[in-house]
Design a protein around this ligand. Structure first.
Ligand SMILES: Nc1ncnc2c1ncn2[C@@H]1O[C@H](COP(=O)(O)OP(=O)(O)OP(=O)(O)O)[C@@H](O)[C@H]1O
Length: 604
């Protein structure tokens, strides 16, 4: 098929902004296109050589390179190309104008062109153009730039003016057609008489419009129905709507609903086929190489021979195993040495869905079945297990679980329908999943002084010392110490090693009578040792007793991401931060979440 036919369609597409007309033009083109090149035609219209998720190289020619290639192709100086470019503002138009000038001396620019030979253009085929572009993209490494420019210039030399215009725009990633995936799907539906929703579903589970077009052209609609999730090919993720009113959430999700921790990490689609693992990001980019540790976990923990599961990769504190905020994952990504990064920023995986298992398309199954299958195929461990979830029947349960999630370092919950229609809707944002995030948060701007009232035994690297300490604030009214948080971060190795010795003199066989705690510590202490603590936020907590019932019935205030700053031997337990002060801090710093992100918080 001649490339000029594609160029003509690109011209039509550029000239209209009507989606209907664009789809009609595309349908005409697709009908004319032989099935063996229809995938290439679709990619060209998308302005790409292959779906992004394939992770293949980009063309890699910058603006200056385009200018040089045009100059080489047309035998005109770079200065001349630049001059025309500056007057038209687009290299695509510039190459077209220069070419027309050569063809037709009346165009006016001819006076500026050195070699006006009156070229005879070759009839380029789609295959030739596509494969030359692929060659350009594939050239990598030293000396590749010159080779790329030579290949491009040889293509431009034989292209006609319109073809050259679109080739240049393609190279620059600026086709600017205003044609999205939806319009291409409309065009395909109309060209092949295929139901539009079928094409869309196929695309959502096999996001390669070129391949889908080819399948339609070669095998027809029937085969489209048979498309199912395939290990190695990412599915477009199902997305959640957002709501902040628990009643509305349960009305939409239905009762009972599954509430799951909403982890603050990176979404990962993990594919397994035998001993091969792929990990894809939310944007369908392959990120396997960034997570060799997750690859190892997946190989060990996914029992099915073939599977596609979805989950969140979350950074954890290497010392305590507690979740760390999303930014920590970004630090990890910035590290050059991946092995160093693995040690410094370890991760865990929490799985929340299962899209395919050993030949079965799980996307068509309802959530309870998908969850059950997930449980069946995962050999759970601390680092690779199912997301924490709870079946909720009313708003009170939902709210308590929400606070628990926030306290555990999560952003909130994702509430999921368990109903008869709760299939996995790839690529769709709907009410089957509802994110329930905090509206307000209270950033901690000051440190607090708290007393140690209990401790938890350390595991792994911390065996023999304490993994975390239970801390309390003082309530002068009742003369009791009320728990605020568990802290396990911020200690030096020496401080950690010395913890048991330091606290031993205060050790008790049971909880101290003036300590008010719902949490069962492994070891109890008399409130005596004081420390200064910092944290990310003050947050409502169903677990801690500090300020319980003061902001909200049945819940207290706790510190999110607490961190040890230093010991305060100069302070007695009764001189520490009081529960009243914590309550005041909580209200003083309370900001609407969307506003805090822009830094213009408004006090409530
Ligand atoms: N249990 C869970 N179930 C589903 N998604 C979860 C879960 N825990 C964490 N997530 C993450 O929450 C994301 C959805 O909410 P969030 O608002 O963070 O993402 P976004 O990128 O801003 O929005 P969205 O992904 O909805 O476009 C999911 O894409 C997923 O990465």
């Amino acid at each position: 098929m001649e490339f000029s036919i594609v160029a003509q369609t690109l011209d039509i597409l550029e000239k209209t902004s009507s989606k209907i007309q664009q789809a009609a033009a595309l349908a005409l083109l697709f009908k004319k296109t032989p099935s063996n090149v229809i995938d290439k035609v679709v990619y060209i219209i998308q302005g790409t050589l292959w779906p992004d998720w394939k992770g293949l190289p980009e063309l890699g020619i910058a603006e200056k390179g385009v200018q040089k290639a045009i100059s080489m192709a047309l035998g005109v100086s770079e200065a001349e190309v630049e001059r025309v470019y500056k007057s038209l503002g687009d290299y695509g138009l510039a190459v077209e104008r220069l070419k027309l000038g050569k063809q037709n001396k009346s165009v006016g620019l001819v006076g500026f062109i050195k070699s006006a030979k009156g070229e005879v253009y070759k009839k380029l085929t789609v295959d030739e153009v596509y494969s030359q572009l692929v060659k350009i993209a594939m050239l990598q490494g030293e000396g590749s730039r010159d080779m790329k420019l030579r290949l491009l210039s040889s293509l431009l030399a034989v292209a006609d003016p319109k073809e050259a215009k679109y080739i240049v725009r393609f190279i620059e990633g600026r086709l600017r057609l205003g044609v999205g995936e939806a319009t291409i799907m409309d065009g395909l539906a109309s060209a092949f008489g295929a139901p539009r929703d079928l094409i869309e579903r196929a695309y959502n589970i096999y996001p390669d419009l070129g391949a889908i077009a080819k399948l339609l052209a070669e095998k027809g609609v029937v085969e489209l129905k048979n498309i199912k999730p395939t290990p190695g090919i990412p599915l477009r993720p199902m997305l959640a709507e957002r709501a902040s009113d628990p009643t509305e959430i349960l009305n939409k999700a239905g009762i009972p609903a599954l509430a799951e921790f909403k982890y603050d990490g990176e979404r990962a689609q993990i594919h397994k086929k035998g001993d091969r693992i792929w990990i894809f990001s939310r944007r369908l980019e392959e990120i396997t190489n960034q997570y060799p540790d997750v690859v190892e976990m997946a190989l060990k923990r996914i029992k099915a021979e073939e599977a596609i599961v979805e989950g969140e990769i979350i950074a954890i504190d290497p010392e305590t195993g507690e979740f760390r905020p999303f930014q920590e994952l970004m630090h990890r990504k910035r590290k050059k040495d991946i092995h160093e990064a693995l040690k410094e920023y370890p991760v865990v995986v929490r799985l929340f869905d299962c899209l395919y298992v050993d030949g079965i398309d799980m996307t068509l199954k309802i959530l309870p079945e998908r969850r059950e299958m997930l449980r069946k195929i995962i050999d759970e461990s601390e680092e690779f297990k199912l997301a924490e979830g709870m079946i909720v029947n009313n708003t009170a349960e939902l709210e308590t679980f929400f606070l628990k999630a926030v306290e555990a370092g999560c952003e909130g919950l994702v509430v999921k329908s368990l109903g008869r229609d709760s299939v996995y809707q790839a690529g769709v944002r709907g009410w089957l999943w509802i994110k329930y995030k905090r509206d307000y948060k209270s950033e901690m701007t000051d440190t607090v002084d708290l007393v140690v009232v209990g401790a938890f035994h350390g595991r792994g690297k911390r065996a023999g010392t304490y993994g975390a300490l239970l801390l309390a604030a003082y309530d002068p009214e009742s003369d009791t110490f009320k728990t605020v948080c568990k802290v396990g971060t911020g200690f030096t190795d020496e401080e950690l090693a010395e913890l048991p010795k330091k606290l031993e003199p205060y050790r008790l066989p049971h909880k101290h009578h003036r300590v008010d705690s719902d949490i069962e510590a492994d070891v109890w202490f008399e409130p005596a040792v004081v420390m200064e603590v910092t944290g990310a936020e003050l947050t409502l907590s169903p677990l801690h007793t500090c300020c319980r019932g003061m902001v909200k019935q049945g819940v207290g205030i706790s510190i999110r991401f607490p961190r040890f700053v230093r010991w305060r031997p100069d302070k007695s337990p009764k001189e520490i931060t009081t529960t009243k002060e914590i309550l005041e801090m909580y209200y003083r710093q309370l900001r609407k979440v969307s506003q805090t992100t822009t830094g213009v918080g408004e006090e409530r």
